[in-house]
Design a protein around this ligand. Structure first.
Ligand SMILES: [Zn+2]
Ligand SMILES: [Zn+2]
Length: 346
């Protein structure tokens, strides 16, 4: 039987279904796994995504022709049965299951296994062929349990607040910021969000995700409140005039990349918290094993390392060359645009 999914210049393509998965060039029919900028692009004729992610997709892409599926709900298109299953990455993120003539393929999008309370938890889906991301697909990437990371973040904030110094935590505005909010201890002080983060918080709250109360800088009348506050801002705010109001502050960056030696220094921040919305190395391996797939196709990330390991462990492994990844860089650009568009509004 020929392959159900191939890679074309527009993106991953389901041959019998005649649709694309997270295409990077404009196509007629696109299934979108989640709303990060490298996976969800403008210009497609029709979009299919999860109901949980529909609000964010519309907010980011504007007017689009979007059909939404609930998790687990199935539709048949050109004889291919499609369904979307939680990927545990960000609100609305999904793995796409495709079944055609008894053969099952799953495209993972981005995923993480640890349940974080801000999106539906990852669900493992059995398949014959699994197309997996590999952003952190190297043995050095092993995440600490998130409760420990949040303990560290709250302790850093509490110490700064005790010394009358604002805590500024840089992180990506969509997904990471809301996950951090969910893990903060709001009894320490006020939580202030940059204008790039606030609209995403609103979309999460609309979707029923519990987040602590947050303020915009312009809401803070008594400026002494800022000295005990934690500020969440996108990386592009670092070094911008927006930061001047905080006077003497301590800053930090939260990302999986903080695992890399030197990345904290490169960012020029006081602290680095290793917190990723992607699976670590053991997570990738256990997710792959749980699918029972005999064939694995690796996309963006550490392709050669993953493929070699999988082959050494008896799996039929290959790769697809995609234009995903560098997601965090893409996110930064997008946030920068949003800030410029907002005319410097906080
Ligand atoms: Zn993503
Ligand atoms: Zn990705």
């Amino acid at each position: 039987m020929s392959d159900l999914v191939v890679v074309r210049k527009e993106g991953l393509y389901c041959v019998p279904g005649d649709f694309y998965i997270d295409p990077w060039r404009p196509v007629d029919r696109a299934v979108i796994t989640h709303a990060h900028a490298d996976h969800a692009r403008t210009g497609h004729g029709h979009y299919l995504a999860t109901a949980d992610g529909a609000g964010i997709l519309r907010a980011r892409l504007g007017e689009i022709r979007l059909d939404a599926l609930r998790y687990g709900e199935s539709v048949t298109h050109n004889g291919v049965a499609l369904s979307l299953h939680p990927a545990g990455h960000v609100l609305g993120s999904a793995q796409l299951r495709m079944e055609y003539r008894g053969e099952v393929w799953v495209a993972s999008g981005d995923y993480k296994l640890e349940q974080d309370g801000t999106c539906a938890p990852f669900e493992s889906v059995r398949c014959d062929t699994f197309i997996t991301e590999s952003t952190f697909g190297m043995p050095i990437y092993r995440w600490q349990p998130q409760a420990e990371i949040f303990g560290d973040i709250n302790a850093w904030w509490r110490r700064n607040a005790g010394e009358g110094r604002t805590s500024v935590l840089f992180c990506y505005a969509f997904g990471k910021a809301q996950r951090i909010l969910h893990g903060l201890d709001p009894t320490i002080g006020s939580i202030v969000c940059h204008g790039a983060v606030t609209p995403l918080n609103a979309l999460y709250r609309e979707a029923g995700v519990a987040l602590p109360p947050t303020l915009a800088v312009s809401d803070v009348e008594d400026k002494s409140v800022l000295r005990q506050a934690l500020v969440l801002a996108p990386p592009s705010a670092a070094g911008s005039p927006w930061m001047r109001r905080f006077g003497d502050y301590s800053d930090a960056f939260a990302s999986g990349w903080m695992r890399l030696r030197g990345s904290r220094r490169r960012r020029g921040v006081d602290r680095g918290f290793i917190l990723s919305d992607h699976a670590d190395w053991p997570g990738l391996l256990s997710a792959i094993a749980a699918t029972s797939a005999s064939r694995i196709i690796v996309t963006h990330g550490q392709i050669p390392i993953m493929v070699r390991w999988l082959r050494q462990n008896g799996l039929d492994a290959g790769s697809f060359d995609t234009e995903y990844g560098g997601e965090e860089e893409v996110e930064t650009d997008k946030e920068h645009e949003e800030e410029k568009g907002a005319g410097g509004h906080a």
